[in-house]
Design a binder for this molecule. Sequence first.
Ligand SMILES: *[C@@H]1O[C@H](CO)[C@@H](O)[C@H](O)[C@H]1NC(C)=O
Ligand SMILES: *[C@@H]1O[C@H](CO)[C@@H](O)[C@H](O)[C@H]1NC(C)=O
Ligand SMILES: *[C@@H]1O[C@H](CO)[C@@H](O)[C@H](O)[C@H]1NC(C)=O
Length: 164
Amino acid sequence: MCIFAVRVFLGILLLCAWCQCLECPFGCECFAITRTVKCVSKDLYTVPQSIPGYARTVIITGNNIQRIGPESFTELENVTNIILSNNRISEMASHSFSALINLRFLDLSGNHLALIHPEALSIPGSPLQELNLSCALFNFTALTDLTTALRWVAFSILSNFFRI
Ligand SMILES: *[C@@H]1O[C@H](CO)[C@@H](O)[C@H](O)[C@H]1NC(C)=O
Ligand SMILES: *[C@@H]1O[C@H](CO)[C@@H](O)[C@H](O)[C@H]1NC(C)=O
Ligand SMILES: *[C@@H]1O[C@H](CO)[C@@H](O)[C@H](O)[C@H]1NC(C)=O
C-alpha cells in the first residue's frame, strides 16, 4: 500500500517535470518575466507550436523555415512583436499572421521572400504598425506582390474606418 502510494507520488512528480518541459517549445528559451520567447539558430524547419500565451515578443531567427502560413501562428493575443529575420523564408501564404490580433511590429529582414500572397499580411483590425523588410525580398516580382499585400492591408484599414 505504502509502496504503491510512493510510486504514484513519484509518477506525479515526473509528470510535473515533463509538463514544465512542455511549457516552452523544443529549441526555444522562454522568459516569463520579460514575456519573451527566443528560438535562435536551432535549425528549425517550422515555427514552433505551443508558444506560451503570455508571450509578447517572439524572436525566431537563424533557422530554416521556408514557409509561413496560417498554421504557423495560432492564437496568441498577447504577441505584439515578432522577429523572423534570417530564416530563409521564401513563401508567405494567405493570412499568415491573422491569429495575432495585437501584432504591431514584424521583422522579416534577411529572408528570400519570393511568393507573397495578396492577403499574407491581413490581420483583423489591421494592428500592424511597423514592418522591417531590409534584405527580405528575392526579386522584383516579390516587390510587386508585397505592394499588393500592403494595399490589401491599407484596404482593410479603410474598411474598418468606414465601419465606424
Ligand atoms: C495575455 O496576458 C493577459 C495579461 O497578463 C493574461 O491574463 C492572459 O491569460 C494572456 N493570454 C493568454 C492566451 O495566455
Ligand atoms: C531591420 O533589420 C535590419 C537587418 O536585420 C536591422 O539591422 C535593423 O536594425 C532592423 N530595424 C529595426 C527598426 O528593427
Ligand atoms: C522571381 O522569382 C520567382 C520565383 O523563383 C519567379 O517565379 C519570378 O519569375 C522571378 N521574377 C523575376 C522578375 O525574375
